[in-house]
Design a protein around this ligand. Sequence first.
Ligand code: GLC
Length: 451
Amino acid sequence: MAIEEKLNEVAEVEPQKELLGQAKAVLAMNDQGSHTIPAEGLYPHQWLWDSCFIAIGLRHVDVERAKQELLSLLRGQWSNGMLPHMIFASGDAHRRDRNLWRSWVNPYAPSDVTTSGITQPPMLAEAVVRVGEKLSQPERRTWYHTVYPALLAHHQWLYKERDPHEEGLALQIHPYEVGLDNTPPWLAQLHEHSRPWWIAALEKTHVDKFVNLFRRDTKHVPPGQRMKNTDALLYYDVIRRLRRKRYNIDSILTRSLFAIEDLTFNSVLVRANHCLQHIASNIRQDLPEELEQRMHKTERALEQLWDGYSGQYYSRNFVTHKLIKEPTIATLLPLYAGSVSSERAQQLVTLLTNKHLFGANYPVPSVPLNSSWFEPLGYWQGPSWVNTNWLIIDGLRRYKFHKEAEWLQQRTLELVETSGMNEYFSPVDGKPAGAANFSWTAALTIDLLQE
Ligand code: GLC
């Protein structure tokens, strides 16, 4: 090999090494021993899908620690099978957060840790399989055996509690369950169906600006990069109402119900079901037949979220059964689900690469560039996030869109290389925003570097 070629190769490898080093340092910084927090200050607790993404990256660095990351999620599992979206840190400093949720009002909540009373996208099965890929076959079987009962209980809970009419789609009761906190469809629906009078009154009298005094997030991140005060109050109000019903799904479903069959959540569920099937067959376990049938139904039901007129997928209001036609990045996630036809996948790729929609300079924006909600630094109303990029890249590969997958992977790596390991980024100019040293950005960077 000519010396110039060799030098070129080294020049390519060096920045990657540096990026890998930075990513590992972020994970080390946020490591709490047996679990990892998303970012210091802003996010001091453990989150469900964060830890799954973290384990997917950690497996390349330390597979035992990656296993531990996932096992630590199980300490929060409720005895009815629910995996809560947050497990709170102990200590006086975090009393306020624990008191907000008060998981102890529900008899199924664990007694030794305090958790939230809702869940998050079911990424665990995927993370278990990804970690399993790094193990020898006997080790993998032991690993799968260890996690299988909890995972099975979680999926059974999802269908029993969250698909009460056996329609195939799981419903969600708070936008935090979806992981895309201030995503337009949820905000639009909450404003329309569930906004208490006192929030409108606070807004009218401009008293809402004092809410900042009580908000922790806006002490760490500029308010313009987070939810509006009135929306934060609205979200708080939903938590209060769920808590009053002791997170009991029967009373939630029978009185003043507000629920959405969310596209992001259900796309992840389809994939999670496939992973659960893979795990079960690897350890020669038969999944309960009823569960198998309901899992198949979810794949078919996802197609009910397609709107032929606009050529996009949407979330659906559980009560009215109407599609919520606010386009967001969720429209692309059936690619990750992997169950839609190749014709649909092609239609989604066309949206992804359209320069007026998702084909931004620094893709993939959390809402299309032409959305009236679009703000480049507006949290889940514009910025590009590494976790959703990862899900889309994975989906593109599954449908054999290798060129597009490679493009998005390179763009994502370039973005973190130039802008840092932030929580999210402007899709217009790549400017970093949200928390710095964000764990899933680091972990998924490690994973993308291994491809
Ligand atoms: C924000 C994100 C959510 C994530 C959490 C912790 O609330 O919207 O998806 O799990 O932060 O990082």
